[in-house]
Ligand binder design. Structure first.
Ligand code: TEU
Length: 547
């Protein structure tokens, strides 16, 4: 991979700034805290950092509600702190990817304040405004993911405005070219500050149907796919609809071409789009990445939800490879929106540590870029948050059927015995540091060669040491049971992988045309093999070089 294409097969580490390291003593992480911890990130051997939003925000959705796209929220620091972070990260060979939340802004953004002030101001059409139906009800049946209708009444304009998420996250109107231009100006602002890429929040939500047609009910006979990741349709009525019109309109693709054209004025920049489009996700990803003139990478919720089975992982990857040509997928098991994967996949009788080691070994052998979420390198499980401590509006709304996202957003644990495990010296932190996680603190693992942290380092180093893992092809082999077997790369020297996702031992013999020349030891796994037959224990991993 040349320097322009560094993102193909790269390893990204997601930092949720509120919970990384607090240096100002307010109980909330900040940019200087990330700077202090850059050595930890660099030590993992990752290529890039994805920073969740740090822009000016009333924090109704913890930064995913932006009130100034071109400034740092004082809670996180200043623009010059950010510039320093970029410079120091670059000096350590780490790229910086920032989160662009442009489908909606905060209702406190000056654009929205002006837009809502009258029906004829200069920005009157910058958001999605519509008159009520004659009976006063909302313009159509669209729903908000975070609960209730997607429409909020505004008393000044005496109209409804649309929001896919919170009412304080009004949807920008991408049909208006002025909106597109203004958004692209903010992107240029960050390009000029040398960021290496953008994670595009809810990238398929930018454009809605101009005619505001009603969404039809979901045809349950169609393969359901995953709706948005974790939220089962029966807990959230959003899942009852087929979201034909409130997002994913054809004009979205045209905007992404404009976005890409801007990026291509700069060198070596990348994009990773978050596509949540239910069972249409794959088609949407293809539309957004094929042709090489739109997004570089996309991710869906396939592996952020979904079951832990060889069939599920195989199908996700095969499906992706069958429709996506120029584009790259970015696989991840955890992020700031879902329950940590160890907790999701843990079964009675499992050793959580072993499951975590197995998961990263498998993930780092997949074709695609991969994205880790802060804390997973410590083997963290979901934190239990009491209702009184809950701050995620989504969790509060759907409690107790759905417990929200706070359980994966608790602060990092750095030092086992320090106050707030070294995260902060405030009296109270924005979310509690779970005592159960103290044992996993970085200071307990850093120098322990057998620790989870060092397992991550060694596993990522293995990926980096084998070029075919970074950008070689991936071909699945037939198996029985819960085994995932595939080769990476082409011809001589290509690698064979076998993963046993079952908790019971299993055996596998490769097809006779595959000749093992050397067994490569994957850190932490040592399955036996007799001739070409591999004997795997439960949750075991095997790798060999082929002739
Ligand atoms: O998430 C979009 C999204 O699809 C989420 O609603 C997801 O379904 C949910 O968090 C449960 O998994 C993005 C951000 O990642 C999320 O943090 C924001 O709240 C959301 O957009 C709105 O900006």
């Amino acid at each position: 991979t040349n320097s322009q294409n560094w993102w193909r097969g790269c390893v990204i580490y997601q930092v949720y700034p509120r919970s990384y390291q607090d240096t100002s003593g307010d109980g909330i992480g900040d940019i200087r805290g990330i700077i202090e911890r850059l050595d930890h990130i660099a030590s993992l051997g990752v290529d890039a950092i994805w920073l969740s939003p740090f822009f000016k925000s009333p924090m109704a959705d913890f930064g995913y509600d932006v009130s100034d796209y071109c400034d740092v929220d004082p809670m996180f620091g200043t623009l010059s702190d950010f510039d320093e972070l970029v410079e120091l990260a670059h000096a350590k060979g780490l790229k910086i990817i920032i989160d662009q939340v442009i489908s909606h802004s905060s209702d406190q953004h000056p654009w929205f304040k002006e837009s809502r002030s009258s029906r004829d101001n200069a920005k009157a059409d910058w958001y999605v405004w519509a008159d009520p139906k004659p009976d006063g009800t909302a313009p159509n049946n669209w729903l908000s993911i975070f609960g209730g209708p997607a429409w909020e009444w505004d008393t000044v304009r005496r109209q409804y405005y649309m929001h896919n998420f919170l009412a304080s996250q009004p949807d920008l109107n991408f049909h208006n070219p002025d909106v597109q231009n203004a958004v692209l100006d903010t992107v240029r602002f960050w390009l000029d500050r040398c960021v290496d890429g953008f994670r595009l929040d809810t990238v398929n939500f930018y454009v809605h149907d101009k005619h505001l047609r009603d969404n039809p009910p979901l045809n349950k006979s169609l393969e359901d796919g995953n709706f948005m990741g974790v939220d089962a349709p029966d807990t959230n009525p959003y899942g009852f609809q087929d979201h034909l019109y409130d997002k994913s309109q054809p004009e979205n693709v045209v905007f992404l071409q404009r976005f890409r054209a801007l990026l291509d004025e700069y060198e070596g920049r990348t994009t990773v789009g978050e596509v949540g489009d239910g069972r249409r996700s794959l088609k949407t990803v293809a539309a957004y990445t094929n042709g090489g003139d739109k997004l570089h990478m996309c991710y869906t919720f396939d592996m952020l939800g979904g079951e832990f089975s060889a069939e599920h992982f195989r199908r996700s990857i095969v499906n992706f490879q069958s429709v996506v040509s120029d584009g790259w997928v970015c696989w991840s098991f955890s992020n700031h929106d879902v329950e940590r994967h160890v907790t999701r996949w843990l079964q009675e009788g499992d050793d959580a540590e072993h499951l975590a080691r197995f998961a990263i070994t498998m993930l780092s052998s997949f074709r695609g870029s991969i994205c880790l979420y802060q804390g997973e390198e410590l083997g963290l499980e979901a934190a239990e948050i009491a209702f009184e401590d809950l701050v995620d509006p989504y969790g509060i709304r759907f409690w107790p059927a759905y417990k929200g996202r706070d359980g994966c957003r608790t602060p990092m644990v750095w030092e086992k015995d320090a106050a707030h495990a070294g995260f902060s010296d405030a009296t109270r932190t924005w979310l509690p540091v779970p005592d159960s996680q103290r044992l996993h603190a970085v200071d307990q693992q850093d120098h322990l060669s057998g620790s989870m942290l060092n397992h991550y380092r060694k596993t990522l180093a293995f990926r980096k040491a084998h070029a075919c893992l970074v950008d070689g092809s991936m071909t699945f082999l037939e198996t029985n049971g819960d085994l995932l077997a595939f080769t990476r790369g082409e011809g001589e020297g290509r690698l064979l992988f076998v993963f046993n996702l079952d908790r019971e031992p299993a055996e596998w013999t490769p097809p006779s045309d595959l000749k093992i020349v050397e067994v490569l030891r994957l850190h932490g796994f040592a399955p036996g093999h007799e001739g070409s037959t591999v004997h795997l224990s439960g949750l075991d991993a095997f790798c060999a070089r082929l002739a």
